[in-house]
Design a protein around this ligand. Structure first.
Ligand SMILES: [Zn+2]
Length: 194
């Protein structure tokens, strides 16, 4: 076999830029773009980001803790998103992860909007979540009462697992009154920094 590097395809390049645009429009941080689109240089990703958002991306680390996903309202949203993501992945086995991420996050946004909920799971958090699940650091587990699947820490004792809806007092974190939409008043400062 002759040793040559194939020239970068113009079409693949254009598709990558298109994906970057879609991710930035959904709120992706620069680190997400860099991880998902390694063929595009940081400078080009930065240009895409600035052109769409009109300013430079925030500096600083992405939130890394798994705890956020286990708290009350974040857990319901995270479980919803991951359920959508897994269903899409199952039905479209040849679809790339990045396309699944964009499609399932878009559907998540449409779903929470349709039930008049704020989208407390940002795209960056959703990205972090699917990576955590792929790494086995978080997983979906079935509630013994309602049979819904919810994000749990696989190292917790999950044998008699009850979800946040069925057992309203088991989880730490801010209490959420879904009727009064108190969660809209909560301070998601950790998330806003994301
Ligand atoms: Zn339940």
């Amino acid at each position: 076999m002759p040793d040559f590097k194939p020239k970068k395809s113009v079409i693949d390049d254009a598709l990558d830029v298109q994906k970057a645009v879609a991710l930035v429009k959904l709120g992706a941080r620069l680190q997400v773009l860099q991880a998902e689109l390694p063929n595009l240089s940081r400078d080009r990703l930065l240009s895409v980001y600035k052109e769409i958002r009109g300013n430079s991306p925030p500096k600083g680390q992405l939130p890394f803790s798994t705890d956020w996903f286990l708290n009350w309202a974040p857990n319901t949203h995270s479980s919803l998103f991951m359920g959508i993501f897994n269903q899409m992945a199952q039905r479209n086995p040849s679809t790339e992860q990045i396309d699944l991420l964009v499609a399932s996050y878009t559907l998540y946004l449409q779903t929470v909007k349709s039930i008049d909920n704020p989208a407390i799971l940002t795209l960056t958090r959703a990205w972090r979540l699917y990576r955590f699940c792929a790494a086995g650091v978080l997983t979906l587990h079935q509630c013994k009462h309602c049979a819904g699947k919810f994000i749990v820490d696989p190292y917790d004792l999950n044998t008699n697992y009850e979800c946040v809806f069925c057992e309203m007092d088991t989880r730490v974190g801010p209490k959420v009154d879904f009727e009064k939409k108190m969660y809209q008043e909560l301070d998601w400062s950790d998330e806003q920094a994301a």
